[in-house]
Design a protein around this ligand. Structure first.
Ligand SMILES: Nc1nc2c(ncn2[C@@H]2O[C@H](COP(=O)(O)OP(=O)(O)OP(=O)(O)O)[C@@H](O)[C@H]2O)c(=O)[nH]1
Length: 571
């Protein structure tokens, strides 16, 4: 049964599943790709934003260092203006206490590298910096330099130095100023930190050789980090500026944005955990996925309703086929005008049903028709007679049954052959059918035996007219090919009273036929069922012939309950 199809194996479910899946795939595909593109763009936007902020910080550091260099240069100019020697430098520095805002300390060294003056620490110390690179470089070039970070022996803190050579009136370098900038001093980085956009990551500054100048983990300052902090530092040194999103910083996937300081040559960088850096993107992604999910669910529901509507004709078709199976639907319901597949299917079913109907009709016809003559056969007659009797009983009408056979048919067969005999039977049938009304039924029982059922009979006298009509129909000679034969028939007619059974009426007709045969054939006799009496045979035989054949004697020999038929003969 079609209705027994499980919900999940139904065509409707499969199509809905397909539609929803397609929407899901399309949604995820298009949404996913768009999201991916958007993510890449967003990464770029966020990273560029960070980079531009960092560029601001870098410019700030550069200008900060320049300002400090300028401060030292001003002092140097003053020393030159006053033609100060090394001994006079101490007083000069002390006269510029404001330098303490920019430097952790400002010192002066002679060309031998010995300390000759100090802004803060005036204790007598013998310090020599000839080994310091910035000393050597300043001495060699006669220009101020910015040193690599180092631990100050005086301050005992990590610092970097800004140097400024001092020249006498003859232009000879006799000393240099060294301004130490404390790497741990809050004022140096506080303003840089303030430029950062997010509080999640951290900012660090490194020299080109990877030495940390600034880092929130102060223990890393002046070191070249190895281990978990190394990748971020290495990433920051890969280019003058840019960003990397593939860095594992301290074990965390991170975004590292970096910018080289144009003046100092260091690199300032920020490292953000990716999750924090792209948190806005994650929010967009989550919202998009939620929206796609909602959209897919809606599309699924819409798809289901759409498919339900689309397949409605299929449901109707299914119900009609089921109803047809139960014998309830006229096949015409399948003959629809719809131009879609359901219409085609429906019309195909209609044609199939038509063929089936035709086959059934043909089978029925073959089952109820005599193959040779085309008249009804015995099976049909056996079914038909009881229903005709019942119909007559209900209508209060009478039924007559004529039982007839061809006279001396055996002789025709024997003389002219079976082919001629068959042709005689066919012509005999044709004439019989022509001699009855269309409501009457002609059937061939077997061999040359036929019956005719007459319905809607109003009086017994009508049966005589029916018998006479058959006689008249057979009167003309039979033309079978070149042969001209005279064929006669004997007819026994029984008229059924109300409540007569099929057996009784057949028995009565048979009895009448027997009488006609006994009277010499070629005639008819009429009996009323239950009131049979020997009367007259109507036909070409005479009563005298009947008597001559001692019919009376034979009839007397019949069983007592059998009344004699009404026989009459006429010429
Ligand atoms: N050609 C032909 N002959 C048939 C067919 N069926 C039966 N017969 C023959 O029909 C003949 C019937 O003969 P009966 O009815 O016994 O006798 P009859 O010669 O008609 O004589 P009465 O009935 O006494 O007049 C038999 O010889 C059968 O072989 C058939 O389909 N075709």
């Amino acid at each position: 049964m079609l209705s027994a199809i499980h919900h999940f194996t139904s065509f409707k479910f499969k199509i809905s599943f397909l539609v929803t899946s397609m929407v899901l795939i399309a949604g995820l595909g298009v949404g996913g790709i768009s999201l991916l593109i958007a993510e890449v763009q967003m990464h770029r936007v966020i990273a560029s934003q960070e980079l531009s902020t960092l560029a601001g910080a870098a410019a700030f550091i550069d200008s900060d260092v320049r300002a400090r260099q300028l401060a030292l240069r001003t002092i140097a100019e003053e020393a030159r203006a006053h033609n100060l020697d090394a001994a006079g430098l101490q007083a000069l520095l002390e006269a510029h206490q404001g330098l303490a805002d920019d430097f952790a300390n400002v010192t002066a060294f002679d060309t031998h590298g010995d300390l000759v003056a100090s802004l803060r620490d005036r204790r007598e110390r013998r310090i020599n910096i000839t080994s310091r690179l910035h000393f050597q470089e300043t001495l060699a070039t006669g220009k101020g330099v910015i040193s690599l970070p180092y631990r100050s022996a005086l301050l005992e803190r990590p610092v970097f130095a800004v140097t400024q050579p001092l020249f006498d009136a003859y232009g000879r370098q006799y000393a240099m100023l060294v301004g130490a900038v404390d790497l741990l001093r809050p004022t140096f980085v506080a303003q840089i930190e303030a430029l950062r956009t997010s509080g999640k990551g951290y900012l660090f500054i490194t020299t080109q050789d990877g030495t940390i100048v600034h880092h929130p983990r102060t223990e890393l300052i002046l070191t070249q980090p190895s281990g978990d902090n190394r990748p971020a530092v290495e990433a920051a040194l890969t280019a003058p500026e840019g960003w990397r999103t593939d860095i594992l910083d301290d074990g965390t996937p991170s975004l590292v944005v970096f910018k080289r300081l144009s003046h100092v040559g260091w690199t300032v960088a920020v490292s953000y955990p990716l999750r924090a850096a792209f948190a806005p993107m994650a929010a967009v992604r989550n919202n998009t996925v939620a929206a796609a999910g909602l959209f897919t669910a809606l599309a699924g529901v819409f798809g289901w309703l759409f498919v339900k509507t689309l397949t409605q004709p299929l449901d109707q078709l299914q119900h009609k086929v089921e109803a047809m199976g139960r014998g309830k639907t006229d096949i015409d319901v399948f003959n629809v005008d719809a131009r879609d597949e359901f219409g085609l299917l429906s019309r195909a079913l209609y044609r199939l049903s038509q063929l089936r109907q035709q086959s059934e009709d043909e089978l029925k016809r073959m089952a109820s028709t005599d193959v040779l003559t085309g008249a009804h056969n015995r099976r049909m007659f056996d079914q038909f007679l009881p229903t005709a009797l019942a119909r007559a009983r209900r209508a209060g009408e009478q039924v007559a049954v004529a039982f007839l056979d061809v006279d001396r048919f055996k002789a025709i067969n024997d003389t002219h052959g079976h082919g001629v005999g068959d042709a005689v039977l066919v012509e005999f049938t044709r004439r019989l059918q022509g001699a009855v009304r269309c409501t009457d039924t002609v059937a061939r029982l077997a061999g040359d035996e036929f019956v005719i059922v007459y319905e809607q009979l109003h009086a017994v006298e009508e049966a005589h007219q029916l018998g006479a009509k058959i006689m008249t129909a057979m009167a003309a000679p039979f033309r079978i090919g070149d042969l001209v034969l005279r064929v006669t028939t004997s007819v026994g007619i029984a008229v059924a009273r109300h409540a007569s059974s099929a057996e009784a009426i057949m028995h009565s007709a048979d009895y009448a036929l027997y009488g006609v045969k006994a009277a010499g054939r070629n005639g008819y006799a009429v009996n009323v069922v239950g009131a049979e009496k020997l009367a007259s045979v109507h036909g070409h035989q005479t009563m005298a012939q009947l008597v001559n054949r001692s019919l009376a004697a034979r009839f007397r020999a019949l069983p007592s309950e059998r009344a004699s038929p009404s026989l009459a003969a006429s010429t």
